[in-house]
Ligand binder design. Structure first.
Ligand code: HEM
Ligand code: HEM
Length: 190
């Protein structure tokens, strides 16, 4: 057994939740962008002889986006739970992974990329919670805004990791680690 059932469940739930979080960001920046949609609302309403101010258009466009963005927070809470689950696995899991020192250079680099992504996920969860609960945490609006900018900056790491990771495991599967991807499904050693 390479990966325990619990570890595999963690991996695939994590993959689903992170992809979902990226999807909400994608929608917020594209089809549900309040800037784009407030312009659409203003032009369409003008054609119906209804004049609204840019402020009113922004209120409407943000209201349309709100229901979708709630999912960022819901999936965000799920990510927090998954991080706690991963910490539990770190101490109690029975997966058989090789010791870091016994790995070749390539696998060491791959493992370092996992440490980076774990650190990044922890940062995203803590900063996300801090922005969401800034009032309860008695943070000023400016501090919350700075944290939001860091949250958005560090998001880039996740954005690049996900496709590179998928590409990486597909390449490894086809070179010298045949069965790598199915080992994350069936848990068998390769
Ligand atoms: C279809 C998509 C995906 C496939 C096929 C896949 C497959 C795999 C495989 C085969 C491994 C083991 C690789 C190894 O031994 O080095 C792995 C590890 C890992 N994957 Fe994915 N993955 C996918 C998506 C994701 C996503 C979206 C995330 C989100 C962050 C993710 C996070 C991780 C992490 C953190 C590890 C390291 C686990 C550890 O050893 O601690 N994966 N993945
Ligand atoms: C992989 C994890 C995450 C990624 C990639 C991510 C990504 C992002 C990005 C890119 C933004 C900026 C959106 C924009 O202004 O265009 C954002 C905002 C935000 N995120 Fe996250 N996030 C993650 C996790 C979380 C978590 C765990 C929470 C909290 C539970 C959270 C809560 C928030 C909040 C409150 C905002 C500010 C929204 C606003 O200004 O109205 N995020 N996130």
């Amino acid at each position: 057994m390479k990966y325990s059932l619990a570890f595999r469940i963690w991996h695939w739930l994590n993959a689903l939740i992170v992809t979902g979080l990226l999807a909400t960001v994608f929608l917020r920046k594209t089809f549900l962008s309040w800037r784009d949609n407030s312009e659409i609302l203003m032009t369409q309403l003008a054609q119906m002889q209804i004049e609204i101010t840019t402020e009113q258009a922004a209120v409407l466009a943000k209201a349309i986006r709100a229901g979708m963005w709630e999912w960022h927070i819901i999936l965000g809470y799920a990510l927090v739970l998954l991080i706690l689950f991963r910490i539990y696995l770190f101490f109690f899991d029975k997966s058989e992974k090789a010791a870091f020192s016994s790995l070749d250079l390539h696998k060491k680099a791959v493992n370092v990329s996992y440490y980076i992504i774990y650190g990044t996920l922890v940062f995203m969860a803590l900063s996300g919670l801090a922005i969401h609960f800034y009032q309860e945490l008695l943070l000023s609006k400016e501090t919350a805004h700075t944290i939001k900018e860091l949250h958005e900056l560090i998001f880039t790491i996740i954005l690049y990791f996900v496709p590179l990771h998928i590409l990486g495991v597909i390449v490894a599967e086809n070179r010298d680690e045949k069965g790598l991807i199915s080992s994350m499904v069936n848990g068998k050693s390769i």
